[in-house]
Design a protein around this ligand. Structure first.
Ligand SMILES: Nc1ncnc2c1ncn2[C@@H]1O[C@H](COP(=O)(O)OP(=O)(O)O)[C@@H](O)[C@H]1O
Ligand SMILES: [Mg+2]
Length: 257
């Protein structure tokens, strides 16, 4: 269970950032007063355009950032006070996370398994399962830098899930992947859901959210503007598909463009 209560994250902007963003503000409110709950056995989607605040929210959830205010609990553990406990429960993956290029998937998965305190037997068992599922076996001894983009992402997923976490946090899991690899990734998310895991993912791809997510929170400018199952969202926005629903919400809540 994930419980986010009134999460706000404000970044301080330095002179260089102010210049780059062409603003005079000394701070940026990336996430504002955002609350949500997600539970086991569901794929929960954070849907929003670039800059909406998805990554910031997921990084706070994964204990990589501290909220400016508000609280987050993962299976009852507070991400600030019980960070260590939270990290035991979660697997976190983003498409920006890069495996060390000079090591092999085989080496890396064992390294991270040990880091999570797993014994050799358990590591071997999980490794077999994951490598077989993602077809990594024949590439297991190659250096990461020799792998294709798709194989790198599959290896990253395997490494991030070696400890069989209860809660899986995926930031834009399919961005930049070809459709075959993207499908392998989304099929695996469905498989995790079947196993009773809680998956929270972000995406800016409406069709992906529509196909995959049981519930969706739409985020615009750091604020949650809508949450529900897809039929609920379509009904409330009086639209026929999620893309239309998103445009409707954007017209209502987005800054004038
Ligand atoms: N480290 C940072 N310092 C300052 N501003 C940031 C930082 N990281 C993200 N932001 C800003 O916060 C907002 C939300 O970013 P982010 O959470 O990455 O959104 P998303 O993942 O939805 O694209 C954006 O306006 C972004 O420019
Ligand atoms: Mg992002």
């Amino acid at each position: 269970m994930i419980e986010i209560e009134k999460l706000t994250k404000i970044y301080k902007l330095n002179k260089k950032q102010q210049k780059e963003l062409k603003v005079k503000d000394t701070q940026k409110i990336a996430v504002s007063d955002l609350s949500l709950r997600a539970k086991e056995g569901e794929i929960f989607g954070l849907l929003g355009t670039n800059g909406a605040g998805k990554t910031t929210t997921l990084r706070c959830l994964a204990t990589l950032l501290q909220p400016t205010s508000g609280t987050i609990r993962v299976n009852g553990f507070d991400t600030v006070k019980d960070g260590e406990k939270v990290r035991e429960q979660i697997g976190f993956l983003t498409n920006e996370m890069k495996l060390d290029p000079q090591f092999s998937p085989d080496y890396l998965i064992e390294f991270f398994g040990r880091l999570h305190g797993m014994n050799t037997e358990k590591i071997q068992e999980r490794k077999r399962e994951l490598f077989e599922y993602f077809g990594i076996d024949q590439f297991a001894e190659k250096r990461v830098e020799e792998l294709s983009t798709g194989m790198k992402q599959k290896a990253s997923i395997a490494v991030s899930l070696i400890h069989d976490p209860k809660v899986v946090i995926f930031d834009e899991p399919t961005t930049g992947l070809d459709i075959i690899t993207a499908k392998a990734v989304t099929d695996y998310l469905k498989e995790l859901k079947k196993q009773g895991k809680l998956i929270i993912m972000s995406t800016h791809i409406m069709s992906e959210a529509e196909k995959l997510c049981d519930r969706i929170a739409t985020i615009i400018d750091g604020k949650k503007v809508e949450e529900g199952t897809i039929p609920e969202i379509l009904q409330r926005t009086q639209t026929d598909d999620l893309e239309e629903a998103f445009f409707r919400l954007y017209q209502k809540y987005g800054k004038a463009v």
